[in-house]
Design a protein around this ligand. Structure first.
Ligand SMILES: Cc1cc2nc3c(=O)[nH]c(=O)nc-3n(C[C@H](O)[C@H](O)[C@H](O)COP(=O)(O)OP(=O)(O)OC[C@H]3O[C@@H](n4cnc5c(N)ncnc54)[C@H](O)[C@@H]3O)c2cc1C
Length: 498
């Protein structure tokens, strides 16, 4: 027997929100937390994948959790100085990390096997320091930016042989995921200083590697659990179009659903913005927008497109190998100097007492064009090439075939289209303002919009925080002025320290 009125059918979740947060990586989660802290809770995080963390992604390999994306907290804290907010989150959520000795625990190899060229390696560290000093001097004198290659040449430190090239690669490409030719002298030096140099406002020169078997992503997922409700997580929701205007934003998903927001924050990677995976439509909702608004929109689109297409989405690829047992170097790191610069050059042992002892895992990193190249090859061919290098490095060992072999394809992944952004010499400080600026009620945040920490997790964190603060100020009835931008960049102004 049933009594009482029938239950009403479940209401579909509202498809209109004050804010649509597009993307659930570090920038999206920290933006959500910032809005929540400002008393704005009418938002959803729209994410294509089924978890938060974005590029913080793990895989199970050799029965261990390995990091496909970031694994270091780069710069931690020096005494009571400024703390890397990722370091703060790691401490708060009890993440297991370990100091990674990049410069003190290194073995060196070349085509003849193990060869000690640590003197050349140490010199390349000094050269990189000189490069940053030269860059700083250019900033002080308001001189125009150059490529880092030109910078190396001007300080007479260009690498002239495979040992020097591999050492330079370790100092430079292994961080920026592109060559000195492709990178800004000033921005790459400042990117380094603002993270590592405490005299320049950086955190510390410490690199902590996550060895937490819950995954590095745990720190941002546990942080989200403190405030983000299940109904605010729209997982499995791939955005196809974003239409924006001065009055609101409409988002269409791959499954045809539509979401509307008074405001939206797009945190998709620069690579996604550069491709046609998502199309942006300036919406022209009413006749009264006609002429002036059209011209306005055209100018806005031009400045935004120029900025998006001028920054570079670089690729950094970790190639993991599992062997029945360890036969390689006892240091944490190793460099292989091939005659071809950038060919399987940086090696890292996870089967090391500090990391994952007994795991049988070693990995090698390639970057930039080399990453793009191997992504186009079948795994079997890449494995063959890598094994050729391993056997060159250890000519006196009968090296078995690996038990397992894996590498992620970041460049071809439509949700990322690369690993992180890199600043080329032709990208100006004003371009960065334009990359960051809102268009109508659509805002942008992510590692690529960070002037000082582009490429880093903490860059994504700071941008999520800063842009959500701008949005909250606007929503709360304060200032809603457009963010600073330059409709045309006619001549390069000096790099600004702000
Ligand atoms: C291999 C690698 C190594 C790295 N190493 C380090 C390191 O050691 N230390 C460090 O500090 N940084 C490192 N980084 C950089 C760091 O991972 C990034 O700076 C940071 O994670 C970027 O966060 P984000 O929120 O800006 O973007 P993302 O993490 O890219 O977040 C954007 C989100 O949007 C989602 N998305 C994209 N397109 C759509 C769509 N159409 N519809 C719906 N959702 C979509 C994505 O799934 C993603 O979750 C590394 C990155 C990689 C890839």
């Amino acid at each position: 027997i049933t009594t009482g009125p029938p239950k009403p059918p479940p209401q579909p979740a509202s498809t209109h929100h004050k804010v649509l947060i597009l993307g659930g990586g570090v920038a999206g989660v920290i933006a959500a937390r910032t809005l929540h802290e400002r008393g704005i809770d009418d938002f959803v995080v729209v994410e294509a994948r089924n978890e938060l963390g974005g590029r913080m992604q793990t895989a199970t390999f050799a029965n261990r959790t390995i990091e496909q994306g970031p694994n270091w907290i780069q710069g931690t804290q020096d005494g009571k100085g400024p703390a890397n907010p990722i370091f703060t989150l790691a401490k708060k959520h009890g993440l297991k990390t370990q100091f990674n000795d990049w410069f003190g625990s290194v073995s060196t190899f070349d085509a003849s096997g193990a060869v000690d060229f640590l003197d050349v390696f140490n010199q390349s560290g000094d050269d990189f320091d000189s490069l940053t000093v030269a860059a700083g001097a250019r900033v002080d004198q308001n001189l125009v930016d150059l490529s880092a290659r030109t910078g190396y040449a001007l300080i007479k430190a260009n690498a002239k042989n495979p040992h020097a090239s591999a050492s330079e690669y370790y100092q430079f490409d292994w961080e920026y995921a592109q060559t000195p030719e492709e990178s800004s002298l000033i921005a790459s030096s400042w990117g380094n200083n603002f993270t590592y140099d405490t005299d320049q406002g950086g955190f510390s020169d410490d690199n902590q590697m996550s060895i937490d078997q819950r995954g590095f992503k745990t720190l941002i997922q546990l942080e989200a659990d403190e405030f983000l409700k299940p109904q605010q997580r729209l997982f499995g929701s791939t955005v196809k179009t974003i239409s924006y205007s001065k009055t609101g934003v409409t988002v269409t998903l791959k499954n045809g659903d539509t979401l509307t927001g008074d405001y939206a924050l797009c945190t998709f990677s620069l690579g996604v913005l550069q491709n046609d995976d998502v199309s942006f439509k300036p919406s022209l909702p009413g006749i009264f927008y006609a002429h002036i608004w059209l011209i306005d929109v055209k100018a806005k689109l031009d400045f935004k497109q120029e900025a998006i297409q001028s920054m570079v989405m670089a690729t950094y690829t970790k190639i993991f190998l599992q062997f029945p047992k360890k036969f390689w170097f006892d240091t944490e790191m190793a460099i292989f100097a091939d005659s071809e610069r950038g060919r399987y050059p940086v090696w890292q042992s996870l089967d090391h007492e500090n990391f994952l002892p007994g795991s049988g895992i070693v990995f090698v990193t390639v970057t930039g064009d080399y990453s793009v190249r191997i992504e186009a090859l079948p795994d079997s061919q890449v494995q063959q090439e890598v094994m050729g290098v391993v056997r060159t490095m250890f000519p006196n060992v009968t090296v078995p075939e690996p038990i397992d072999f894996f590498f992620p394809r970041w460049h071809s992944n439509p949700l990322f289209r690369g690993s992180y952004s890199n600043w080329p010499a032709a990208f100006t400080s004003q371009h960065l303002d334009n990359l960051r600026a809102n268009v109508g009620r659509l805002y942008f945040a992510g590692e690529a919009t960070s002037r000082k920490c582009f490429g880093f997790l903490h860059g994504a964190y700071f941008e999520g925080l800063d842009i959500a603060t701008v949005m909250a100020d606007c929503i709360k009835g304060g200032s809603c002025a457009d963010m600073e931008h330059f409709t045309q960049i006619n001549n390069v102004l000096p790099y600004e320290n702000n």
